[in-house]
Design a protein around this ligand. Structure first.
Ligand code: SF4
Ligand code: SF4
Length: 427
């Protein structure tokens, strides 16, 4: 095992290979507060990549209702239980979030994770030589119902199907659920890659996308067992494993629609709720994100700090980040997104003018945004929201592409278009 630095955990951790980082890293932010579970993303992916024989139960992109739903069923509960068994009561964070990627005495960005990752916990649960990563193989039944428990809320404690009949209000709802959209996180320390005895899985140096070499794979399913997010899947009729390929022809700019410009993936482009933004972030030689103040993903993760990694304690340093749902009990969210939850929700609930502008960049274009610029506009509203003063400005935010070309510009206030009388009742 090598020692590698994991900035999500604020410390070094064990990993089976030496550290190696891409020039840019495929990353994304999903704003859970906006997801409506329309499943357009799920179907966009399915109809592009997994519509063939043998892929019937394969959903590289999925949206599950938390806390009960999951694809495969109860994937997160099962891996959390294995980790707890390996390290009883020890899966905790200490220190305080410093907001810096480099670790100090108090830890780093989110404090320090003192528990064991899936790479460090394997010994106590598994025979030492049986696997390089702690994990489990889901059963066929667990893969069969990708949308199980959709819209099922948590109700009154200990009373199945009894929900609170009073109205709900922030900060926390008593009856609650939320939609968790998921794809492969193209992790910086991929568990699938670590576990593969054939070395069939690799991480591309140009964009950090994690791929399975279909010729090299022999279908041992070690990646399926090891991926804590269960985003590597076995295909019975070809007897090899497959996973999300991050729509790499689009990201490379090779889609006929793009005219050579890098395009976001199919699931991002299809998103009706405008919850998704994907990009390629610059990295430092030690794997941390290079400062890039006006990159929208850098801003959301490192400046505004409203977007957090999914289950950072697993240790894979996932490159998917989530703006947590405001109405959900905090202990549940802290387990899922780490110690940054309270500050992220506070900031998202009371956004400043830059955060409002960046949130307006989501889904205005399918082209990948490399930089944004804010042009200040006039004050348009002054009032009070949940006991706090708010002022709104009609700022303009401008998005730029890979070559510095302007992709689009948009304002905080949505323009109103009046339908001409001739079309007034056309729908
Ligand atoms: S999410 Fe799973 S399949 Fe994707 S890179 Fe990470 S470990 Fe591998
Ligand atoms: S398309 Fe967007 S809004 Fe619809 S389910 Fe997917 S992530 Fe949610």
């Amino acid at each position: 095992m090598s020692k590698v630095f994991n900035w999500h955990l604020g410390r070094e951790m064990e990993y089976p290979y030496e550290a190696a980082y891409p020039e840019r890293q495929f990353a994304f932010v999903f704003n859970i507060n906006r997801c409506i579970a329309c499943q357009s993303c799920t179907m966009a992916c399915k109809s592009t990549w997994t519509f063939s024989k043998g892929q019937e139960q394969m959903w590289w992109a999925n949206v599950e209702t938390k806390p009960y739903g999951g694809y495969p069923q109860s994937w997160d509960r099962q891996i959390l239980q294995l980790l707890e068994k390996a390290n009883p009561e020890g899966q905790v964070w200490s220190g305080k979030p410093t907001g810096a990627q480099q670790a100090g005495p108090d830890g780093g960005m989110y404090g320090r994770f003192d528990g064991k990752t899936i790479f460090e916990a394997r010994g106590p649960v598994l025979a030492p030589d049986s696997s390089r990563v702690l994990g489990y193989l889901p059963t066929d039944e667990e893969w069969n119902s990708p949308n199980i428990y959709e819209d099922n809320p948590v109700g009154e404690k200990g009373k199945p199907m009894q929900f609170h009949k009073t109205g709900e209000s922030l900060p926390v709802h008593k009856t609650w659920f939320f939609y968790l959209a998921r794809i492969c996180n193209h992790c910086s320390y991929p568990a699938c890659l670590a576990a593969c005895p054939r070395k069939a899985i690799y991480k591309r140096p140009e964009d950090g996308i994690v791929l399975i070499d279909q010729q090299q794979c022999r279908g041992y399913r070690k990646c399926v067992e090891a991926c804590p997010y269960k985003k590597s899947m076995y295909r019975g009729n070809t007897r090899v494993s497959e996973k999300c390929i991050a729509c790499f022809p689009r990201v490379e700019g090779n889609d006929p629609e793009s005219d050579g410009a890098p395009l976001e993936t199919r699931c991002m482009a299809a998103c009706i709720g405008q919850i998704r933004m994907q990009g390629l972030v610059k990295t430092n030689p030690d794997g941390t994100w290079a400062e890039d103040r006006n990159h929208p993903l850098y801003y959301l993760v490192h400046v505004a700090k409203v977007a957090l990694p999914l289950y950072p304690q697993f240790g894979t340093e996932p490159n998917g980040y989530y703006i947590p749902p405001r109405w959900v009990p905090r202990p549940y969210l802290r387990q899922m997104f780490g110690p940054g939850v309270d500050a992220a929700i506070e900031r998202y609930t009371n956004p400043d003018r830059e955060l409002l502008a960046v949130l307006n960049l989501f889904r205005k274009s399918n082209r990948i945004i490399y930089r944004y610029e804010l042009k200040e506009g006039p004050k348009v509203y002054e009032g009070e929201l949940r006991g706090k003063p708010v002022t709104l400005y009609n700022d303009t935010v401008i998005a730029y592409g890979k070559k510095g070309e302007e992709l689009f510009r948009t304002t905080i206030e949505e323009p109103i278009y009046e339908r001409p009388p001739i079309h007034a009742n056309s729908i």
